[in-house]
Design a binder for this molecule. Structure first.
Ligand code: UDX
Ligand code: ADP
Length: 457
């Protein structure tokens, strides 16, 4: 029986391994993590992440060929294939701070693999890493290899949160990069055999290591670029009276462009887009390509502009100040169908409003008050350092309240911001909400109402 061990039981490692276990009953899959609470949650009825369909997959195989454990070393030592799916945050200090990926967690995982291994291993990069990481990992692993053969593969994950299970069941493609040597090709084939249990052969692409690593960064940069493009157009639409949804629809009808990923929004969020583009920018700079670096930097600049533009619109439409006014925020997660708040635009929007001394009342169906307070107290780039638990800020506690109902959040509010496109927000009784909000005519006689909405709705 082939044994797989995945280091890192997060948003990528957990669902990916659960689907591998489901589709490959002949393979034993153990997901390990240094975080005891995370592993306990994976072994409980309340999984640590919310993802449609995930509970069902985990229930079907947990205890049969899918296991979650904190005994990292034991399971790494026993495995044939080791997936590494640990955090790769943006560096907060030192060389490349604010752009380069911090490989601390990756490096410590690689050192541990080298320490405990007693048999040949295939080590798979699952978490997004900068191009050429495999080379560094290879050096760490083979430095004192005790005659053990390590093959490094790059197998970037393309799943999107909220649709992870669907994406894993029917991936557009599976990408496997490896060394172009006989041993490298054998390792690629071994991983291909795993995916071939359910993915059609023509969807499994094999490339060299560097192409696989770079493809992941490039794919995310292209996707984010589409959003920044449509968001830039949304600013022009607002200035001219064009409707961005109509423009996006018309543009997307061109089969060369296509209709997907053209929803104007308050900005993209999530753990990948910004981090991966910053990474790409850094790699370009390191390779003497400042023009290319600046090109991609612009995608992030427009995203930041879109978030601050949103805050400015809210403030300017309320007599240029929201001080002491109640603003209801519906949705805090970075997209619907997830409780994940990493890099969510809601953080920047709320911080912007708090900066102007607003009182904020937040409702999100999947995000806890604790998480929201932590996010609002955290510094930029600290969110992906798991050991970094900041105390909640007393200021944030005072000005922010979290409630478990959209009607409660909007009661007595002067303005309403919908920041996540949760389906349940589409069917709210907005007349009822409006009737229970402050009478804004008193605030601004030029406008009947001030309902700030999100164009994704
Ligand atoms: C992304 C990639 O899609 C996925 O392939 C990769 O593996 C990880 O990064 P994810 O961040 O989970 O996935 O979600 P995604 O659906 O891409 O959305 C990212 C952000 O873009 C969200 O904040 C979403 O609201 C926003 N978005 C998406 C838009 O603003 N407009 C759109 O049209 C689509
Ligand atoms: P992603 O979204 O890429 O899955 P997450 O932050 O959700 O990222 O998950 C990464 C996981 O990796 C965390 O649960 C963290 O505790 C775990 N982790 C980090 N370093 C190690 C390590 N050396 N050994 C085991 N687990 C680790």
């Amino acid at each position: 029986m082939v044994k797989i061990c995945c280091i890192g039981a997060g948003y990528v490692g957990g669902p990916t391994m659960a689907v591998i276990a489901l589709k490959c009953p002949d393979i034993e899959v153990v997901v390990v993590d240094i975080s005891k609470p995370r592993i306990e949650a994976w072994n409980s009825d309340t999984l640590p992440i919310y993802e449609p369909g995930l509970d069902d997959v985990v229930k079907q195989c947990r205890g049969k060929n899918l296991f979650f454990s904190t005994d990292v070393e034991k399971h790494v030592a026993e495995a044939d294939i080791i997936f590494v799916s640990v955090n790769t945050p943006t560096k907060t200090r030192g060389l490349g701070a604010g752009k380069a990926a911090d490989l601390t967690y990756w490096e410590s995982a690689a050192r541990m693999i080298a320490d405990v291994s007693k048999s040949d291993k295939i080590v798979v990069e699952k978490s997004t890493v900068p191009v050429k990481t495999a080379e560094a990992i290879e050096k760490i692993l083979t430095h004192n290899s005790k005659g053990i053969n390590y093959q490094i593969l790059s197998n970037p994950e393309f799943l999107a949160e909220g649709t992870a299970i669907e994406d894993l069941f029917k991936p557009d493609r599976v990408l496997i990069g490896g060394r172009e040597t006989p041993e490298g090709r054998k390792a690629v084939q071994a991983l291909k055999d795993v995916y071939a249990h359910w993915v059609p052969e023509d969807r499994i692409l094999t490339t060299n290591l560097w192409s696989a690593e770079l493809s992941k960064l490039a794919a995310n940069a292209f996707l984010a670029q589409r959003i920044s493009s449509v968001n830039a157009i949304s600013a022009l639409c607002e200035a001219t009276g064009a409707n961005v949804s109509e423009v996006a629809y018309a543009v997307g009808k061109d089969t060369r462009i296509g209709p997907k990923f053209l929803n104007a929004s308050v900005g993209f969020g999530g753990s990948c887009f910004q981090k991966d583009i910053l990474n790409l920018v850094y790699i370009c700079e390191c390779n003497g390509l400042p023009e290319v670096a600046n090109y991609w930097k612009q995608v992030i600049k427009i995203n930041d502009y879109q978030k601050s533009r949103f805050v400015n619109r809210v403030v300017s439409s309320m007599f240029n100040t929201v001080a002491g006014k109640k603003i209801a925020v519906l949705g805090f997660a970075f997209k619907k169908d997830t409780g994940d708040t990493r890099e969510t635009p809601a953080i920047d929007v709320c911080k912007g409003l708090l900066g102007d001394k607003a009182q904020i009342s937040i409702y999100d169906p999947q995000v806890t008050e604790d998480q929201i307070q932590r996010d609002l107290a955290m510094n930029k780039f600290d969110w992906d350092h798991p050991m970094h638990l900041q105390p909640t800020s007393p200021t944030a506690v005072k000005q922010v309240s979290c409630v478990w109902d959209a009607y409660e959040a909007t009661k007595g509010a002067h303005g309403l911001c919908i920041l996540t496109e949760w389906d349940e927000f589409k069917t709210l009784d907005y007349q009822k909400i409006f009737d229970n909000m402050q009478n804004l005519q008193e605030l601004d006689s030029r406008k009947e109402e001030e309902l700030v909405d999100h164009s994704l709705l």
